[in-house]
Design a protein around this ligand. Structure first.
Ligand SMILES: [Zn+2]
Length: 288
C-alpha cells in the first residue's frame, strides 16, 4: 500500500531479492512465509517506522527486520511557507441532540490565527457550517487542502449497527432508547471500539463517523499535512487495536501531523489552544 510514495513498503532481501508492497502486516507474514524469507528490509516513513516494526515483529517474530526509514517531502520544515496559498478546510459540526458548543467564538479565533499563519502568502479558508458526511467528502475531493480543522464533538466508543447511535466503549449491548421508549438492545460484539467524530445528517441529527471512515476520506486528499481535531476524545486509544483512535488512525494512514484531544476538553480551552497552535506555527515560520 503506497500513498504519495510514503506508505508502507516492505522489501524482501535474500537469495531471491524482491520488492513488494503489502496492505497490512498479515499480508506481509503470508508473503514472507511463502518465500521462506528469514529477513526483511522495512522501508517506510521515519515517523511510521516504530509502528511498522512493532506490528511486523508481532506477526513474524522469527524474521529479522532491518529498518530503512525514508523522509518524504511533506515533512520538510515550515511547509506552510513554501505554499503559494495555504488552503484550510474547516468543519464546524453542531448536530442536534448533543451539548451546545459556541461555533462563532471558535471560528473567529480560528480565522485570526490562520491569518497570522498565512501572513506573506495567500490564505483560503473554506468553512463547512452544515457538514454532512457527503459535503465533507466532496470538499476533500474538490481540491487540495493543507490543513483540515474539525471543530465539534468526538467520542470513543462502539456504534450500534442497528440504530447507529454511539454506545460506551465497554458496552456489550446498545442502550439507546428508540421511539416510544423501547430499548434498542442490539449486541455490540461485532462493533469494536474506535474513535468517532459527529458530522450532521441532512435532518440535523448526529452522524457518527468512525476513524476508519475519516482515514478513507482523507486518503482522497494527499496534500493534507495537518489535521486538527478540536473534539473531545479524538486522540483517545484503548479497548481495541492501537490505531483505533481517531488521531492514531490518521497518523497510521500517513497524515504527517495530527493535533487532537485525549479526553473531554472545555470549549474555552479548545478555542485558546487552536489559536495558540496556529500562532505558534506562524511564529516558527517567521523565525530565521
Ligand atoms: Zn442501537
Amino acid at each position: 500500500m503506497e500513498r504519495d510514495g510514503e506508505r508502507d513498503r516492505q522489501g524482501g532481501a535474500g537469495p531471491n531479492a524482491a520488492q513488494v508492497e503489502f496492505w497490512n502486516e498479515a499480508g506481509g507474514r503470508t508473503w514472507a512465509e511463502a518465500h521462506r524469507f528469514s529477513s526483511l528490509i522495512v522501508v517506510t516513513s521515519g515517523y511510521h517506522m516504530p509502528r511498522s516494526l512493532a506490528e511486523l515483529g508481532r506477526v513474524m517474530p522469527d524474521v529479522l527486520l532491518i529498518p530503512y526509514p525514508v523522509h518524504g517531502h511533506r515533512h520538510t520544515e515550515k511547509w506552510w511557507q513554501s505554499l503559494g496559498t495555504l488552503r484550510v478546510l474547516v468543519v464546524v459540526a453542531r448536530p442536534q441532540g448533543l451539548p451546545t458548543l459556541d461555533g462563532e467564538a471558535e471560528l473567529s479565533a480560528l480565522r485570526r490565527s490562520l491569518a497570522s499563519l498565512a501572513e506573506g502568502g495567500g490564505l483560503e479558508v473554506r468553512v463547512l457550517e452544515r457538514p454532512t458526511w457527503r459535503a465533507f467528502v466532496e470538499a476533500l475531493s474538490s481540491g487540495p487542502y493543507h490543513i483540515v480543522h474539525f471543530d465539534g464533538h468526538g467520542d470513543f466508543g462502539r456504534r450500534c449497527p442497528s440504530c447507529h447511535r454511539l454506545a460506551d466503549r465497554d458496552a456489550t449491548a446498545c442502550t439507546a432508547r428508540l421511539e416510544r421508549g423501547t430499548l434498542c438492545g442490539r449486541p455490540l460484539g461485532a462493533s469494536p471500539p474506535q474513535g468517532y467524530l459527529a458530522f450532521e445528517r441532512p435532518d440535523g441529527t448526529a452522524d457518527w463517523r468512525s476513524a476508519e471512515n475519516l482515514t478513507a476520506a482523507l486518503f482522497r486528499n494527499p496534500e493534507v499535512r495537518l489535521a486538527v481535531l478540536s473534539a473531545c476524545r479524538s486522540a483517545m486509544v484503548g479497548g481495541g487495536p492501537l490505531f483505533a483512535g481517531t488521531a492514531p488512525a490518521l497518523i497510521g494512514m500517513g497524515v504527517p501531523a495530527v493535533v487532537a484531544m485525549q479526553f473531554e476538553v472545555p470549549l474555552y480551552a479548545t478555542v485558546a489552544f487552536s489559536g495558540a497552535l496556529y500562532t505558534a506555527l506562524a511564529f516558527a515560520g517567521a523565525a530565521p
